[in-house]
Design a protein around this ligand. Sequence first.
Ligand SMILES: Cc1cc2nc3c(=O)[nH]c(=O)nc-3n(C[C@H](O)[C@H](O)[C@H](O)COP(=O)(O)OP(=O)(O)OC[C@H]3O[C@@H](n4cnc5c(N)ncnc54)[C@H](O)[C@@H]3O)c2cc1C
Length: 457
Amino acid sequence: MTTGTQRRVLVLGGGTAGLLTAHVLAEYADSVTVVERDALPPGPEHRPGVPQAHHLHVVLPGGQQALDGLLPGVVQELCAHGAFRIGIPRDAVLWSAGSWTRRFPTTMHLLSCTRPLLDWVVRERVRKHPRIRLVDRTAAVALLGDATRVSGVRVSARETGPRDPYDLHAALVVDATGRSSAAPKWLAALGPAVPPAECVDPGLSYTTVQYKGAPGSDAPFLGVHIQPDRNHPRGAVLLPVEADRWILTAYGMRGHEPPTDQAGVLRFLGGLADPVLHEWARHNEPAAPPRGFRNTANRRYLYERAGTAPSGFLAVGDACCTFNPVYGQGISVAALQAVALRAALSHRQPGRRTTTRTLQRAVSTAYRPAWQLATGADLQYPATTGNRPGVTVLPQQWYIDRVLARANGNRLIGDALRDVLGLTAPPARLFTPKVAAAVLFAPVPQPLTTLPLHAEP
Ligand SMILES: Cc1cc2nc3c(=O)[nH]c(=O)nc-3n(C[C@H](O)[C@H](O)[C@H](O)COP(=O)(O)OP(=O)(O)OC[C@H]3O[C@@H](n4cnc5c(N)ncnc54)[C@H](O)[C@@H]3O)c2cc1C
């Protein structure tokens, strides 16, 4: 992309990644048009293009920082609309590796709200930018250009098919069409090499139920997460969201899929490592029937590799790299990618062009830690498909196993692990001298097997 204000940018997809990318690029472009297939609702409502929005969507601390850096005050605005900031580990009860986590003082907050609220608040902020135009009910159907350069997009204003296509031209086309992006197919039609892809699939399935009610001031916890492990590949998480609702998501790896009817969900919850969620669900009233979601593999396209994409094309968000959702990373990574794009554009050399490959590299650097965390964890499950790492990673796995065995009861190790999982620190945080000493020499804490109903001082 040539920076300056004479250029036009097209962003395909008006989800979180598309909107945040548009917001950043609008500082460097003459105009940014966001082309969205759905009709964009006037409020926080569901729409067909984001079917995952019915499921729990937390924003990790690293994502909150990134969102606030892009749209100052946005986290506070979400909280003003009823989003919860849940202190971890103090406010929630968390089961993993055969033990509850001790409820030590909080070191990070999860932001919990519905996805429609998050999208709406972000959309209304971005919409106000004078150089951004949102064009909804319009689907991208093909890329224009040739093997060396993408020069625009063919769009159709009809939701049902490409019957009335017309062309939009731009210096830069950004694919933010999400997990089911057709860009690899569109690029193949232009002739360049198909982008290499990697997929690690634990076969995770989600079933989500919304319940009526809100945590009272005397609630023993603000959230529950029972995490799976190699021996129990089932889990569930419960968090409050705005408008007096709780969202409960049950999930299982391949062969352990949760049913999608209410009685089946209850049965599934009864089979978890602890009965707390089964009991909770039995005593609360669903607000809507359960909803399932199956397409959850980790997958990335290596667009940043030389020769895999023409200039003038950039992929962001799930269209570039999508994660097993159970780690709650996608939105945070989309925000971190937008921050990385802004940094790459603002550090450009005066008088020199910023290539799309430079921008694509910034995007991939931003998602890489999350990719390593998600795929590293998923490859522990025997039923996961994808390239298994060689023996060279065995020492690292041995170390991470020691981290996990101690994190629930050892505050130093637990805090470091939460920083990494929350995307506020790189994985190297687990190898700093103090943490490494504890990982290598501290004994495994006594497992806490009774539900910790009280926070620790
Ligand atoms: C079940 C589930 C639970 C999840 N939970 C979490 C969580 O807790 N925390 C978290 O951070 N992430 C979570 N994620 C991941 C998160 O949903 C994604 O990472 C996030 O939506 C990525 O944003 P995006 O803008 O890239 O894509 P999307 O949000 O999918 O947006 C893509 C947009 O492109 C539009 N579009 C598609 N095709 C076209 C086209 N041809 N032309 C024009 N527009 C088009 C769509 O209508 C949509 O608006 C979860 C995902 C799933 C599946």
